[in-house]
Design a protein around this ligand. Sequence first.
Ligand code: GLC
Ligand code: CA
Length: 564
Amino acid sequence: MTEKWWMSAVGYQIYIKSFFDANGDGIGDLKGIEEKLDYLHDLGVNLIWITPFYDSPMDDNGYDVRDYFKVAKEYGTIEDFKSMLKKAKSLGIHVILDFVLNHTSDEHTWFIESRKSKDNPYRDFYIWQKPRYENGIRKEPTNWGSFFGGSAWKYDENTDEYYMKIFSDKMPDLNWKNPKVIDAMIEVGKWWLDLGIDGFRIDAVSHLDRAEFVDSTHSKDIVLDWNKFSNLPKVHEYLKILNERLFKPYHAYTIGEVGGAASIEEAIKYASFDSNELSMVFNFDHNWCNNIHDIDDLKDLKVNVKALKDVFFRWQNTFKRIGWLPLNWLNHDQPRVVSHYGSLEYHKESAKMLANLLYLKRGTPFIYQGEEIGMTNYPFTKFKEFNDISTINQHKDKFNDPNVDELKLAKKIGMTSRDNPRTMMQWSNKPYAGFSKVKPWFLVNPNYESINVESQINDPNSILNYYRQLINLRRQSIYKDLIIFGDYEIIDYENEKVFTYKRSNENQILLSINSFSKETEYFDMTNYEIVNFVIHNYNDILIENNKIILRPFEALAIEVKEKK
Ligand code: GLC
Ligand code: CA
């Protein structure tokens, strides 16, 4: 294994729209990121991923790109970007950008041209198909559903054909079979790499190839059948081309979003050390190990700790020699982790426990903005509070149905909505959580008065300082090599409440012990002798009869020696 800078890096994801508003228009911006770089540097972060800030009509907050070479006016100017990048570099912070290559906005000039006529030179930049007719009624070319609800096809009157769009109607899918699309996207990539960025998070990368246009057999109706557009063979061909012509020449670091559809076997194809495709991939297998889809109220939430162990074991074990993984609890598409896997009752303890569980594993951390202060899901009670296009499209029928119990459904959708991670970053207890001087574009969680950066930054017992300590362990402690490169082993596989794993190398052994329980649990120390207390979310340790007594959501890491 050749060591790379990103293996020992600590990453942080910035959802620009909600991070910090520097010019007082209620929308986060590039200047806002620049102003907060010192904060991130102090936290120990040295790699940031910034979500799209390219010119866009903002149907999906920027994932619908209108012009890849322009900064959206909401977010600033290219000069703001250069200035931010310069400051990041001066602080030793690497910067990666979101590369959206599965689709563009329908307002991109390529699409404006493409829809004009069947013989337009840009026609083949997108995926067009003739309608089908059943009893004289026009129908979509296939019954494939989109990720955001409804069909994956949209009819365009002008040329009497459908274009493919696996996300929103305003996000037509690019046709990667056309070599001109590949050339065009390589130009985009080069342009940004030439400005000095370090690489890309690659959006929706597993979808670049499509199956033959035949109906999914999963249902007669419109149905979301990932297999029709996920992880198909040509994706790997395209990525090898991108790697050869774009990533490799620039030594770019790349992390692809391969979603839940990619099995470990698939992930290896994308991102093993010798895949010649991507440096790493994000997967979401560990994101849904609870009963969230079966309950109506968060109070009934149960985490399946054994399932979590299973997922982590499979990924860590499979990749231990052949590749590298990110460590992330969430991103801008997932619920807040402390609401999802922790407990609001034991907010501080459980937020720290979740960090203790994840960030002592092998891999590169990607902290999502606000996670480091324990930001929570928003308490949704009304339909009109939702903003995310995917949430709205998927539920719009129910939103318009007067017979639906609004409070009950809003609470239910609110447990998983992509809107949760997109509320404003909570900087202080000032109005709008110190995010902006004016009313922001979207909600501020009412708990900002107690959960915010300002109140935690100088408190040694805060969640924020727990993150700082964990990062410090990874970046500059005597355990650095052990945490980054050591072996990984789960040692209490059968325990449904406590998740303990061991990191080891020739010189050291570290145990990370993490309780998911509100009751008292125990960790048996018979086989171990304590060498050093490394980090702990309670102030003292209780040991009785060779057992560590674990209070609610207690978490700690200890250096040990194994007794022979
Ligand atoms: C990815 C992004 C998500 C976006 C989608 C379409 O899944 O993470 O936010 O909506 O791609 O670009
Ligand atoms: Ca702004």
